[in-house]
Design a protein around this ligand. Structure first.
Ligand SMILES: Nc1ncnc2c1ncn2[C@@H]1O[C@H](COP(=O)(O)OP(=O)(O)OP(=O)(O)O)[C@@H](O)[C@H]1O
Length: 229
């Protein structure tokens, strides 16, 4: 089976009038379909940069990133991005927030609407669909943001510290919930975080092998956790 994402000898350097910042150096990584990978590293080590490269928002300085055997580009429909802030719009109901990606991409058809309905029902938001985002808890908001992302049926989800804005207790439960949804929907996901505990939030999902990749400016270490339960 060929990997869904293949990163080969990736380096990235930012160039600004003040100079250059070497951010990623010689990263090699393969992500198979259905895998959940966590990338852990301290602030500033290049985690968000790595996601930006994988999503095609920026091009590698050196190296290549393949998505399903093709070089990535920035209009790929393969990618769903979930950020620290949920970016739900307060002037829209939960339902109209969840529809937003489909609206923008002109994909509001019966099949997709049915899919959204089933996600809202399965993940406990259906009865809140006419609420405003401010009437939801932090964890519910993150679930709504995830459903908005899933609506476009991305092949891979890029999660950039999606729980950082939540309080500790909510972060734990939202982490579990989001991990369960991703597993149930059989999505491939890449989570970046500086929080080791968050990186293994999917511990209940009986993954036989879970990769934690620790990135730093100069090196990448792979830590393999076996049979996390
Ligand atoms: N647009 C940019 N222009 C110049 N330098 C940048 C730019 N974006 C990020 N950097 C630099 O690249 C390095 C890595 O930044 P990045 O945001 O990828 O790290 P991170 O690990 O995601 O950090 P955090 O956990 O704080 O979000 C930092 O030194 C940062 O200052």
């Amino acid at each position: 089976m060929s990997p869904l994402v293949k990163i080969q000898n990736l380096s990235y350097t930012y160039h600004t009038p003040k100079g250059e910042t070497k951010t990623l150096e010689n990263i090699n990584l393969m992500i198979n379909k259905g895998e959940f990978i966590s990338i852990v590293g301290p602030s500033g080590c290049g985690k968000s940069t790595l996601l930006s490269v994988i999503s095609g928002l920026i091009q590698p300085s050196i190296g290549e990133v393949f998505l399903d055997k093709s070089l990535i580009n920035n209009d790929s429909h393969y990618i769903g991005y979930m950020l620290q802030k949920d970016h739900l719009f307060e002037w829209r109901t939960v339902y109209r927030n969840v529809l937003l990606g489909l609206e923008i991409n002109n994909k509001l058809n019966a099949e997709n609407l049915e899919y959204i309905d089933s996600l809202l029902k399965q993940y406990g938001l259906h009865e809140f669909k006419n609420y405003k985002p401010s009437q939801l808890s932090g964890g519910m908001r993150q679930r709504a943001a995830l459903i908005r992302t899933l609506a476009l049926k991305p092949e891979i989800l890029l999660l950039d510290e999606p729980f950082a804005a939540l309080d500790y207790q909510t972060r734990l439960s939202a982490g579990d919930e989001i991990g369960t949804i991703i597993k149930k929907e059989n999505k491939t996901a890449l989570l970046v975080t500086h929080d080791i505990a968050e990186a293994i939030f999917n511990k209940k999902l009986l993954y036989i092998l879970n990769y934690i990749i620790y990135t730093s400016n100069k090196k990448v270490q792979y830590i393999f956790l076996d049979c996390i339960s």
